[in-house]
Design a protein around this ligand. Structure first.
Ligand code: GS8
Length: 221
């Protein structure tokens, strides 16, 4: 890791977790080096920086590695005095923000993957569960502008990368996210008005093409 000066982010373009870090770094206006990883042929630097999980994203700061996207966001928030704080100051509000970010990790990606990987009854089960998840997240948002209130913050950053995956989820699942959770879609569009998000999120069609190529690779359909 000697070769890394300042901050570097190791990630892979389609990773929603990596996108969290990119958005957080953009919100904090931090300069960093971006290194795209090929997850089929991981770099020696990635294996050295994240020997436990061997996953992206990893943030390297002055030769020291920080793993796990949500922990990287805490770290950025603590070390970068620039920009607005990502987490709220109040301990209870912080705990709530962590709860919802954790919910995103435990539910959305996992159930979304079942939506495009499985067939038959298991697929129907995943669809039902995914729609419930959308409704739970939407209820938490309520009529607020962002999850933290008026300010874009930690929970928005944890969730917004999945906005680029909605098209894939609804196409594979056979439902409309907008019909099921209109306020959540309006929130996603609001987030897209921020440069940190619009400059970072990729085209939902690109994600769909990526998932179709994975399905082919795994022999699904
Ligand atoms: C998840 C990272 C992850 O799944 C986080 O950073 O928040 N909890 C972690 N990374 C995936 C790419 S995104 O699907 C990854 O690196 N996979 C490579 C592998 O599993 O070999």
């Amino acid at each position: 890791m000697e070769s890394v000066k300042g901050m570097a982010l190791l990630s892979c373009w389609v990773s929603p977790y990596g996108l969290r870090c990119k958005i957080g770094l953009a919100e904090k206006a931090v300069e960093y080096e971006y290194r795209e990883e090929n997850l089929m042929d991981k770099s020696a630097l990635l294996l050295q920086a994240n020997p436990v999980h061997k996953k992206v994203p990893v943030l390297i700061h002055d030769g020291r590695a920080i793993c796990e996207s949500l922990l990287i966001l805490y770290y950025i928030d603590e070390v970068c005095a620039t920009g607005s704080p990502l987490l709220p100051a109040d301990p209870y509000a912080r705990a709530q923000a962590r709860f919802w970010a954790d919910f995103a990790d435990k539910k959305i990606y996992e159930c979304g993957t079942r939506l495009w990987k499985l067939k038959g009854e298991a697929h129907q089960e995943a669809k039902k569960e995914f729609i419930e998840i959308l409704k739970v997240v939407e209820a938490e948002l309520g009529d607020r502008k962002y999850f933290g209130g008026d300010a874009f913050g930690y929970v928005d950053i944890a969730l917004v990368p999945f906005f680029a995956w909605f098209y894939t989820y609804e196409t594979c699942g056979g439902f409309s996210v907008e019909a099921e959770a209109p306020k959540l879609v309006a929130w996603g569009k609001r987030c897209m008005e921020r440069e940190s998000v619009s400059q970072t999120l990729y085209d939902p069609l690109k994600v769909y093409e990526f998932v179709c190529s994975l399905k082919k690779k795994y022999g699904i359909e």
